[in-house]
Design a protein around this ligand. Structure first.
Ligand code: 26W
Length: 817
């Protein structure tokens, strides 16, 4: 670890800089400036400090001669940068003092920052944790993403129904952390045709696009924890180039040309809000190509400036594809190498095939991207030719391996045959990458066994595992200062850079004084959340209750409705079973549903309606409350996670690739109730079976049940508690005067066939919760378990994930500044 900002920080100068920005950048007087202006001025002043290190890192000759990773992702869910960067820079206390002297509380100012919500969920948040861990460990990295004008929609509720509104995350003043890099702008083409021409007796091809747009890069500084290393998260914004449409301009159609100018801004206008569901929209493919082409061009610009020959590209640059979303980068690099740099096809392919690596994040068939051949043909005609040729050469490998097996060729082909031929982006990625990884041990095993068994046979070493992780800086040190201080008090503070050290806490698991402090901190965090709920939702909750938390995108496979069935069962028992006794519980939900996902929205509606009734039902509301926190986002997660007692990780086995919320909550001392799915499997391995509540069918059980023919009615009629709980969804218990408003959810579980097996897992889920209830009554035993969770999850630091990538896939060396 090298010098950091702490050592060179000059408080007086910093205060002057803040005041300068206040007056000259934001045009407000020191006397009258709003808290928002103070926040903006402070962040601008901080951003200046990092801009210097960003350039220094970029100009570092050792980086140019070292291998770098280019992390290509359509999403980076970074969350607020200010607090986190302050921690990394090591000047949190100094800035807090400086701002105090200027008359402002730092924590209040930090609340002024809007979340940059440039991602949907797990995949985008993972990319952000990875950037943090690359910078912390000084592995040369450039993150490439998109500068959406609007991030993930904001969520509110009207009568319990989700409403979406645009998220103008930059505010009118612009986002203070970003730095425009106009000298690094690129031109990106679309449409047009492929010209065939003669060059010294050789036939060559070149793409003549029909339109161009400009890719303007904005850098967000990713500050290495306690180091002077700052890597760029480079976000491309689409801008129009005038004259935008050569054709209409030349035809003298002035108005149309201007109209197209307006349209060009649309490419990065808004983040697609679908999570795990592919829609095949033209604009989305335009976003993908725009992102890939700009990123590849920028990478080559850096590479060629360093003076290395193209054939050595794989020794200096590796490109990680975050899911298939940037898959079009593969034919794009081929196009640039063959058409623009004049390499032979074979030379180019041997470079490409050693440069790309691909991470798969989902097995859900509806999330696997395919693009219609005719769309690609129209938008990117040269890329379509290149894809055909890649496929042609790949299929000849398939024929060699399985001579005469047409079925294999059809199954593996990058092109899916049919009336409308489709390009399978996952197949393109596997063929074009030297490494393919899943995101948890179980997930990778299923990728090999179910998704790509033939690819695994054809390329035996290619598919490997890298288990996900989360950054301990944001997800413990920053969001849970109380617990962080307690931990550092016992074991020193090296855990922030080396989370594995946290295992030293285990010896205190039975120490009564430590247990008391630990539980007191949890209670404080619960109070902070309770205060938030009171202030924003007007609902009173007690910290004596178990805080039971399910926070993630709303999706049937994640089974928020199974959680809901359990809540209904508690309600039923409280009302009808005089013997029934439970520890008070507050169930927290936070989840956005894709705007077009009908059933997900109905589930949100059902949760809200049930919450309203239960929270106002005097007969039960001392024991049971349900809180739906609107507009789930990173800054909200930072408040909820430290307050969680129970972490709900209840997906149907085999469906959740990894999960990362599960890691964050276990780290903050929540006990997991979960299925044998995703990273839960590895969390159980680490914390031990006695410190986690595993329930339900495992993958083998799910497969067997489906094979035998699953009938939800069998469970419905066999389990009176299940039946009574579900019947509450009928009628008007929760929707007075409007019978059957929640029937859609009920129907999806019976007539709809319950595709995610909620009913099959219900009774085992209820039992797991009974065990949790019993355990909570023994606070010492509970404290032991929760301390052991914190102490046992060191494996799930994203620093370790990144080291796994570095050692097994990227083969980089750290460059210390
Ligand atoms: C094309 C539509 C679309 C959009 C997003 C398809 C797929 C996605 C993502 C892959 C969804 C996603 O975020 N997947 C999550 O990735 C996390 C990080 O690896 C995992 O922890 C989650 O289990 C997985 O659902």
């Amino acid at each position: 670890m090298k010098l950091n900002q702490q050592k060179k920080f000059d408080k007086a100068q910093f205060k002057n800089n803040v005041k300068r920005h206040l007056t000259s950048t934001y045009v407000q007087t020191v006397e009258k400036a709003s808290p928002r202006a103070w926040y903006l001025a402070m962040a601008r002043a901080l951003s200046e400090l990092t801009a210097f290190d960003l350039l220094e890192t970029e100009n570092d000759i050792r980086i140019k001669n070292s291998k770098s990773v280019n992390y290509l992702s359509l999403e980076f869910l970074v969350g607020r940068l200010t607090g986190n960067n302050l921690i990394s820079m090591g000047i949190y206390t100094q800035i807090s003092e400086a701002m105090e002297e200027l008359g402002h509380s730092l924590s209040d100012l930090l609340e002024q920052e809007r979340d940059p919500s440039l991602g949907n969920g797990g995949l985008g948040r993972l990319a952000a944790c990875f950037m943090d861990s690359c910078a912390a460990q000084e592995y040369p990295t450039v993150g490439y993403g998109l500068h959406y004008e609007y991030g993930l929609f904001k969520q509110s509720f009207i009568d319990g129904q989700q409403q979406e509104s645009p998220d103008a995350w930059q505010g009118v003043e612009g986002y203070p952390w970003e730095i425009a890099r106009p000298q690094l702008a690129q031109q990106i083409g679309f449409y047009g045709q492929v010209d065939i021409y003669q060059d010294q007796g050789r036939e060559r091809r070149r793409w003549v696009p029909g339109m161009f747009v400009k890719a303007m890069p904005w850098d967000l500084p990713i500050v290495g924890y306690q180091s002077e290393t700052v890597y760029p998260l480079r976000l491309w914004e689409c801008q129009a180039i005038a004259p935008f449409s050569l054709e209409s301009f030349n035809n003298g159609d002035y108005f149309d040309a201007q109209k197209s100018l307006i349209d060009a801004g649309n490419i990065t206008k808004v983040l697609y809000p679908n999570d795990n569901h592919e829609k095949g929209k033209t604009l989305r493919l335009m976003q993908q190509y725009f992102h890939s082409a700009a990123s590849i061009a920028d990478m080559l610009r850096r590479y060629e400036a360093a003076g290395h020959p193209l054939r050595l590209l794989p020794d200096y640059e590796t490109i990680q594809l975050n899911d298939t979303h940037p898959a079009i980068a593969i034919p794009e690099l081929m196009r640039v190498l063959v058409d623009e740099r004049d390499l032979s096809w074979d030379e180019a392919w041997s470079i490409c095939a050693k440069t790309f690596a691909y991470t798969n994040h989902t097995l859900l068939p509806e999330a696997l991207e395919t693009w219609s051949e005719s769309l690609i043909q129209r938008l990117l005609p040269r890329h379509m030719e290149i894809i055909y040729r890649i496929n042609y050469q790949f299929l000849s490998e398939v024929r060699q391996k399985w001579p005469g097996d047409v079925g294999k060729q059809q199954k593996l082909s990058i092109i899916e045959e049919g009336v409308h031929r489709m390009v399978r982006m996952a197949n393109l990625c596997v063929v074009g990458s030297y490494a393919v990884n899943g995101v948890a041990a179980l997930h990778t095993a299923l990728v090999k066994k179910d998704l790509f068994p033939e690819f695994d046979a054809l390329y035996p070493e290619r598919i490997r595992n890298v288990t996900n992780g989360v950054t301990p800086r944001r997800w413990l040190k920053f969001c849970n200062p109380g617990l962080s201080a307690l931990i550092s008090d016992k074991i020193g503070d090296e855990w922030t850079g080396e989370l594995e050290q946290i295992s030293q806490l285990a010896v205190y698991a039975d120490d009564p004084a430590f247990q008391q402090s630990y539980l007191a901190i949890k209670r404080g965090n619960k109070q902070r959340l309770a205060d938030w709920v009171m202030a924003h939702l007007g609902i009173e909750i007690s910290t004596d209750a178990i805080f039971d938390v399910q926070i993630k995108r709303l999706h049937e496979y994640k089974r928020q409705h199974l959680n809901l069935l359990h809540i209904l069962s508690l309600y039923h028992r409280l009302l009808h079973d005089p013997e029934f006794d439970m520890v008070p519980r507050v169930f927290f939900f936070a989840a956005k549903a894709a705007p077009g996902y009908y059933l997900a929205k109905e589930i949100i509606y059902a949760i809200n309606k049930i919450a309203q009734t239960i929270n106002n039902d005097e007969r039960v509301n001392q024991q049971l409350k349900v809180i739906f926190i609107p507009d789930y986002r990173v800054s909200m997660a930072e408040i909820i996670i430290p307050a969680a007692d129970v972490s709900e990780q209840i997906s149907t086995a085999g469906k959740e690739a990894s999960g990362t919320g599960n890691m964050k909550m276990a780290l903050n001392g929540a006990l997991t109730v979960g299925t044998m799915d995703g990273a839960n499997v590895e969390i159980r391995e680490e914390v031990g079976d006695e410190n986690i509540y595993i329930f339900g069918l495992d993958v083998a059980g799910v497969t067997a049940l489906k094979a035998q023919g699953y009938n939800p009615f069998d469970y419905y009629y066999a389990d009176p508690l299940l039946k009574s709980s579900m019947e509450l969804l009928m009628g008007e218990t929760f929707t007075p005067g409007q019978p059957d408003k929640l029937r859609v959810v009920y129907d999806s579980l019976l007539d709809g066939g319950d595709p995610y097996l909620c009913l099959a897992d219900f009774s085992s889920y209820v039992k797991a919760h009974e065990a949790i209830d019993a355990q909570y009554r023994d606070q010492q035993g509970w404290a032991r378990k929760t301390i052991l969770n914190t102490a046992s999850v060191g494996k799930f630091t994203s620093d370790r994930s990144i080291r796994d990538y570095v050692e097994n896939i990227w083969h980089l060396k750290a460059v210390h500044r």
